[in-house]
Every structure is written in structure tokens, then in C-alpha cells.
Design a protein around this ligand. Structure first.
Ligand SMILES: NC(=O)c1ccc[n+]([C@@H]2O[C@H](COP(=O)([O-])OP(=O)(O)OC[C@H]3O[C@@H](n4cnc5c(N)ncnc54)[C@H](OP(=O)(O)O)[C@@H]3O)[C@@H](O)[C@H]2O)c1
Length: 309
């Protein structure tokens, strides 16, 4: 299939490079600014199109990698423009595109939070639509290009459709999502990606309170993070859990709560995460220590009540 990409930003450029690495033919790019399209086209040895319709005429599969709030707008504009083009071509009154008159590319957006509904104008115009979301944080194009090769994707696809077949042929691993589950799925990804950064920042700020520089704090904390993730990779979340809650060490949690009293925002976060950690620990490590689990639950509830009063 020849690939067209509308939205020559980080994901559009990196995914184009990844697909080129997989041997796919990249027809080219269109974007809000021609400069972005030119840059991405140069990197992927493809073409920059000023008019997205010209790109669509060259493509069998079109990825919309525009910012989330533009997906629906672009889908609507494309559906209208394609319909108009068909009207002009046929010289007849406005009708849906027919297979004989124009290529009928598949349209796919790559947002994690938005569902396939964002492409409704194109679906209604008779085009196959889908979504494909990489579980990759894309902040730098070349790194993301490589990361796509190791990533698991999620997809909303038409069963037996051309896009599903393309994914399978290319060996892109994906989990099929049902309509309506995108927001919950994306919230999960936010926990694993954005919130890990927020948690790191919280830890760094506390370390700075006791005299670490930011650089020292990050250097010291990173092996802890990598070690925890390595444990999760090897044995799953419940078994990987360590620390005072997992051990049922009530006295240490008490000390933490006391020390954090001066940092009310962090204290709230600590309590919320401790409660979630307790639930996780009760699945495995604390199963054999029900008394400690009950004491921890009381301590966290008691502190909550104090906070509210
Ligand atoms: N970044 C991530 O970690 C990540 C991960 C997975 C999925 N995604 C999804 O990937 C999509 C793109 O995200 P991104 O991070 O690549 O954003 P980005 O770097 O900001 O790129 C978005 C691109 O869309 C173009 N654009 C905006 N409005 C447009 C319009 N009306 N018509 C044509 N082009 C338009 C912009 O073009 P100009 O440069 O020409 O202005 C920009 O280059 C989003 O749906 C996002 O949710 C992102």
C-alpha cells in the first residue's frame, strides 16, 4: 500500500520513517504549513503536497497525525472536498464517491484518546476508517522511529477490513479496542507515562529539600526506577512491589506521614498512592499479614479524617 501522511509533526514524521524502514512506500506528506511537510518528505525521501487531496489521490492508506482537536476538522474538510471532487469529476449531482472514480484510501488517525468516531465524516462518505495508537511517548523523532519497532499498538479496526490485513501483513502487534473504550485506555497510558514523570519530579523535589542537587537526585533515583520496572517486567506488578506498605511496616509509614505534614500537596498524593499500594499489596505480599494491612488502612483513613478536619 502507498502511504500518505497528513500532519507532519513528531508522530507523522517518526511513523513515516518507521514504515519506510519496514519497506512501505511513502507517497508523501501534507501539513498545515508546507515547511513541515517539506522537512518530513525530505527525511522519508517522499513528496511534500500543498493540497492534501493531491496526496490522497496518490495513497491507499492515509494517516491523520494532526493534533487531536484537528482530527475531526480535517476529516470533515476532507470528506467535503472529496465529495466535491467526485461531483466535478462525474459532472453529476453530488453523490458518494464510487470505486471507479477515485482511489478509496483507508483513513486512520493515531490519537490515543479519541475514538474512530472522530473520522465519522469519512466513514459516512463510505471510506474505511480506523485508529492506530502506539504505546510510545514521542518527543524526539529518531528515537521514536526505533521505539515503534518494539511497541505494542492498540487499534480500532473493521473486522476483515483492509487495515486489519495491512497490520497483520506488516507484523505490527496490536490489541483490538472496542468502541467507547479509548478514553479509559488512554487514562491507563497516562498513568504509565506522564504520571511516572510527575512522580519522579515529586521525589526529586523531596530530595532537594534534604540537600541533593537536581542532578544528584535524578542520578540517585533513576536506578531505583529502572530496578522497579525491571522487577515488573520479570514478575508482574503484585510480586514486584517492595517498600514499607508491601512489608506491612506501619511505623515507617507513620514517620513518612509526619515528615510530609509540611508539604500538604505531596502528603495528599502520598496517601492516595499508599491506599492504592495497599490494595496491590493485599493481592500478594500482605496476604499473610492481614493485621498489618488493617493497621495501615486505619492509619491512612485516620490521617484522612485529620486532614479533612
Ligand atoms: N507525541 C506523542 O507522544 C504521541 C504518542 C502517540 C500518539 N500521538 C498522537 O499523534 C498525533 C500527532 O501528535 P504529535 O505529537 O505528532 O503532534 P505535533 O508534533 O504537534 O504534530 C501535529 C502536526 O499536525 C499538523 N497540523 C495541525 N493542524 C493541522 C491541520 N488542520 N491540517 C494539517 N496539519 C495539521 C501540524 O502541522 P504544522 O507543523 O505544519 O503546523 C503538526 O506538525 C495526535 O493525535 C497525538 O494524540 C502522540
Amino acid at each position: 500500500m502507498r502511504i500518505g501522511i497528513i500532519g507532519a509533526g513528531k508522530v507523522g514524521t517518526a511513523f513515516g520513517l518507521f514504515l519506510k524502514d519496514q519497506g512501505e512506500a511513502i507517497a508523501g506528506y501534507a501539513s498545515r504549513t508546507h515547511d513541515s511537510a517539506l522537512k518530513a518528505a525530505e527525511l522519508t525521501h517522499s513528496e511534500a503536497f500543498r493540497n492534501p487531496l493531491d496526496l490522497i489521490c496518490e495513497a491507499d492508506l492515509v494517516f491523520l497525525t494532526v493534533v487531536d482537536d484537528q482530527i475531526e476538522v480535517v476529516a470533515q474538510d476532507l470528506a467535503e472536498a472529496l465529495s466535491l471532487l467526485e461531483t466535478q469529476k462525474s459532472g453529476k449531482k453530488k453523490e458518494l464517491l464510487s470505486p471507479e472514480s477515485l482511489k478509496r484510501p483507508i483513513f486512520v488517525h493515531m490519537s490515543g484518546a479519541h475514538s474512530r468516531d472522530a473520522l465519522a465524516p469519512l466513514s459516512l462518505a463510505g471510506f474505511e476508517t480506523a485508529t492506530l495508537h502506539p504505546l510510545v511517548s514521542v518527543s524526539e523523532v529518531q528515537r521514536a522511529r526505533d521505539a515503534f519497532g518494539k511497541a505494542l499498538f492498540s487499534a480500532e479496526v473493521e473486522s476483515g477490513g483492509g487495515f486489519e490485513a495491512w497490520l497483520v501483513n506488516l507484523g505490527i502487534p496490536f490489541v483490538r479496542l472496542e468502541a467507547g473504550s479509548k478514553a479509559l485506555y488512554h487514562a491507563g497510558a497516562v498513568f504509565a507515562s506522564n504520571f511516572v514523570v510527575t512522580l519522579m519530579d515529586t521525589a526529586v523535589q523531596l530530595f532537594k529539600e534534604v540537600g541533593f542537587s537536581e542532578k544528584e537526585a535524578i542520578k540517585g533515583l533513576l536506578p531505583l526506577v529502572y530496578g522497579s520496572l525491571d522487577n515488573v517486567a520479570r514478575s508482574g506488578t503484585a510480586e514486584a512491589l517492595t517498600g514499607p506498605v508491601a512489608r506491612g511496616d506501619v511505623a515507617t509509614v507513620e514517620k513518612h506521614l509526619k515528615a510530609l505534614e509540611a508539604f500538604s500537596e505531596v502528603l495528599g498524593l502520598y496517601k492516595t498512592l499508599s491506599a492504592a499500594t495497599l490494595t496491590l499489596a493485599e493481592r500478594d505480599k500482605l496476604k499473610v499479614k492481614p493485621d498489618a494491612a488493617a493497621e495501615l488502612a486505619n492509619l491512612l483513613n485516620e490521617e484522612d479524617t485529620k486532614g479533612e478536619g
